[in-house]
Ligand binder design. Sequence first.
Ligand code: AMP
Length: 713
Amino acid sequence: MTTEQQSLLDEKARAAATSDAAARVAALRKEIEHHTYQYYALDDPQISDGAFDSLMRELRELEALHPELVDSASPTQRVGGYVGEQFVPVDHASRMYSLDNAMDLDELAAWAERVEKALGELPPLCCELKIDGSSIALTYDQGVLVRAATRGNGTTGEDVTANMRTVRDVPLALREQARGAVRRPGTPLELRGEVYMPKRSFEALNRAAVDNGKAPFANPRNAAAGSLRQKDPKVTAGRDLATFIYATADDAALTVEGQWDLLQWLREAGFHVNPDVALCTSLDEVFGFCRASMDRREELPYEIDGVVVKVDSFALQERMGFTARAPRWAIAFKFPPEEKTTILRDITVQVGRTGALTPVAEMEPVTVAGSTVARATLHNVDEVHRKDVRVGDTVVVRKAGDVIPEVVGPVLALRPDDALVWEMPHECPSCGSPVVREEGEAAYRCISIDCPAQSLERLLHWTSRGALDIEGMGHEIVGWLNEQGRLVDVADFYTLTEDELAAVVTHRVNGEGEYLPLGYVFAKKLMAAIDGSRQQPFARVLFGLGIRHVGKTVAETLAQAFPDIDRLISATEEELSAVDGIGPKIACSIVAFFATKDNLEVVERLRGAGVRLVADDDAEALPQNLTGITFVLTGALSSMTRDEAGARLKALGAKVSGSVSKKTGYVVAGEDAGSKYDKAVALGVPVLDEPQLEALLAAEGDLAVLEGAGAGR
Ligand code: AMP
């Protein structure tokens, strides 16, 4: 056989193999899509998870051998790409409206009356559960998912396609059987619904967050929205999100004529459609659906916050139209906040960072609106008396706005005989100092400056999201370091070392029941977070200092009026009060804060640590003049510690290393510099003395200041 013949044969064999593979890939995809549909859309799996996984494995292997057969609609292609720094804005095919609310059945009846008046009679109404998640718009072009977007402001949302592709119940392509009903197959079709996080996944996610020292999500809605806005789709893929789809952007795009039929079509097309729907022909039936849904609320595996009632016919919907905010043809009946009863075990007192004492209800844990409630603030002693709650009482709890737990009041019939009226203790529960109530104030306060509870709260306030936002520095770590005397004031954060953090004792235990240290992986992350906090804007630093009456907004006002801490420190009460938004009470508190020697010392140490004490219009970012340059510090400096010098260099983009090599940019040599200095000289690395370092820092890393001073590279 000639080589030509041989290569022809090879070619043929390859083609045969490819066409076999193509046929197998197509068959596998069809089968997998069928089972995905059975599982997610119909909730009726026909094969075991194991069998499903093995089909997926075969498909993945075949696609790896024949990359030319891979396309974006393949079930293997859910996770891919990277969203990038910013989510791209997306214009919706038509506005994504909000819904008007009916807070009780009377308001719902009033809406029905308006519908009847507008249309001459009450038409059939489609009732659905109001899923408590985040709105999502899915666009299919030629039947294939091409884009997913959040609601945003209703007109423009954010592109979250890569993340939504990872949500398993979102079909990557519409099922063939359903495509016949699409009126203009060439035009993209936008479908809408809700993306949500099931209750159990939400609880697991929050448990993991707390274990890792992160703030838990307030509710499943926030968790769903947060998971959707991840930069890395792999994170979203791990979050167990799900959808219910219930609308189109354009009713005319499909041959269906009403909401009920639309839901059937959506199910046929492969979407996850909520099975709890009713087509009602009277208001009584609608009321019945609302009551039944309220009763079932708790047993559902996902959160709902009401029932949405929609005029079923699209033609009638069009006749009724929209207000500026919402359709007239639909209404959201909101459930009243869920209430539960439980036992009030104790009323404890929490000491805040400004010394305010807050009574806290400690209750037998109870699940309310999707999460466990065991504590709730009682605000102040007057509130405790007004509500007349006593230890031992059976109390009613609910979540205000479905988020914040609240004690509504006692069930008096169940009050034990020995329940005592609660009084504020006369001494601070943390430090034992006497407590005072200032005139005109609701709160009692501990006025000791050495109160450990206050100092812990001040430290936590510094790390909090609105302040310096040091992620991972939660109650457990800060509390331990504080107890050890290693973290006393906020400037101490910038003196912590990786070794110290790694040694922090946590509540996690090993098999022998011993407490585990934090470890280096986490310690490294914390060091990076602390380091990053040096770049936070001046206004956040001011807020973080925890000056009484200086909240976020006041801090921003101050940073604008006094864009430099030294100007703020020297400002008089009159100068401060002259600023719009700063009253005499705030002014007095600021002056008192900076008149305290300890506070001024903390400010100086923060300055030394490279924390921003000056406002900068340009997002307050320091110029990164030293990017790519490595510094090595050796010997003792007199005006700052080596750590502080390192931090300030890093804040300008520099790297700081512990050993000298040919790649070292500069060695900074203080008093008694040792072998590192010798090595620098041997390798020809330029050496800076302390005045040169200071000049460089003062010039925000502009190397030009070193020219002519004998150093420079
Ligand atoms: P609201 O955000 O309170 O104005 O309520 C309106 C939102 O409810 C809509 O934007 C949807 O995201 C959401 N929603 C949840 N379930 C449904 C449903 N079955 N029909 C329509 N909207 C729903």
